[in-house]
Design a protein around this ligand. Structure first.
Ligand SMILES: Nc1ncnc2c1ncn2[C@@H]1O[C@H](COP(=O)(O)OP(=O)(O)OP(=O)(O)O)[C@@H](O)[C@H]1O
Ligand SMILES: [Mg+2]
Ligand SMILES: [Mg+2]
Length: 301
């Protein structure tokens, strides 16, 4: 197969590992810088051009769309879909999961547990909004933040009111969320491919930070997840329609709660913490899907 890896960063560990996994399973891997793709949208033969030539002959793509380029990245993935190329994460699912509000709304419809979350537009909604999620302390999040940036813990009602006012004054879209204190600055990251959790780790934030993101200095350790957590992670990925995803779960007093589903989950942290290759299963999954598409057999993966 010829597999395109959509990434702006060819030197990144994750990009390199995906290339290696494709090659070790006998496929051709091409790293494509998403932002350098330009598209010809027409009803006869939609195409993508790249550095002066047309991209042809691809069987599948693995999108690694960075949060800062969601709009353009999804357009490129969608164009590949229009050309009949299999996308291991399609454009609709990436867009769904990237917007934390949309994602939580979809998860809530499936009855998947999550911290109580509020969303508002007008500043005069603030006191009731704060009460709705159980009062302070509470967490305030930018809708499209990532790597823990734009996730704030407001310890008091006054702090919460001023942070919410400031964000809304800047026209930022924010979520207001119940703070799960008992998770103690840690969460569980499950790496899912298809309908399987391939690897999981517990992430613990640095001393004094409630955020567990590895990019902010958190560290990972191997963890055994429960059957309920496994089921929940898989259901969340299915609700998004993703095939490759990183699911963040908080362990709360009322059981596991989903925080979010990431469509371009980090690969370095989970592989180094667990010693499990998560890239091989991605390529294996793509092989099954592409083969099933060709023969029109029902897809069992
Ligand atoms: N409601 C909450 N209660 C307790 N801790 C929370 C809550 N929300 C977020 N956190 C902590 O903050 C971290 C970052 O939050 P979240 O995953 O929502 O943001 P992110 O910026 O999208 O991160 P990622 O890099 O995983 O995409 C979480 O991993 C968790 O440790
Ligand atoms: Mg995220
Ligand atoms: Mg997260």
């Amino acid at each position: 197969m010829k597999i395109g890896i959509l990434s702006q960063f060819p030197q990144l560990y994750s990009t390199q590992r995906l290339v290696e996994a494709c090659q070790s399973r006998g496929h051709e891997a091409v790293v494509i810088n998403t932002l350098n793709c330009y598209m010809n949208i027409n009803s006869i033969k939609p195409s993508i051009h790249y550095e002066g030539t047309e991209l042809v002959g691809f069987d599948a793509i693995i999108p690694r769309i960075h949060a800062s380029v969601t709009f353009y990245g999804c357009a490129v993935v969608r164009q590949f879909e229009m050309m009949g190329v299999y996308a291991a994460n399609d454009s609709i699912s990436i867009a769904r999961s990237r917007d934390k509000l949309r994602a939580l709304q979809l998860l809530s419809r499936k009855g998947i547990g999550m911290p109580v979350t509020g969303f508002a537009n007008k500043p005069n909604d603030i006191p009731d909004l704060i009460n709705m999620v159980g009062g302070a302390p509470l967490v305030i999040k930018l809708l499209e933040g990532t790597q823990g940036i734009g996730v704030v813990l407001a310890e008091t009602k006054t702090a919460a009111e001023s942070v919410i006012e400031a964000f809304l004054g800047l026209k930022a879209n924010i979520l207001v969320q119940e703070y799960i204190k008992e998770s103690n600055g840690s969460d569980i990251r499950c790496f899912v491919v298809g309908d399987k959790v391939i690897a999981s780790m517990k992430r613990q934030g640095p001393e004094g930070d409630f955020r567990s993101n590895l990019h902010l200095g958190g560290c990972g350790e191997v963890v055994k997840i429960t059957a309920v957590e496994r089921k929940m992670a898989i259901a969340a990925v299915k609700a998004m329609g993703l095939v490759v995803a990183g699911v963040d779960i908080l362990r709360s007093n009322r059981g596991p709660l989903i925080l979010e589903v990431n469509s371009a989950p980090g690969i370095e942290g989970i592989e180094q913490t667990t010693g499990i290759s998560v890239t091989e299963p991605i390529v294996e999954y793509i092989e099954k899907m592409v083969a099933a598409r060709k023969t029109n057999r029902p897809i069992i993966a």
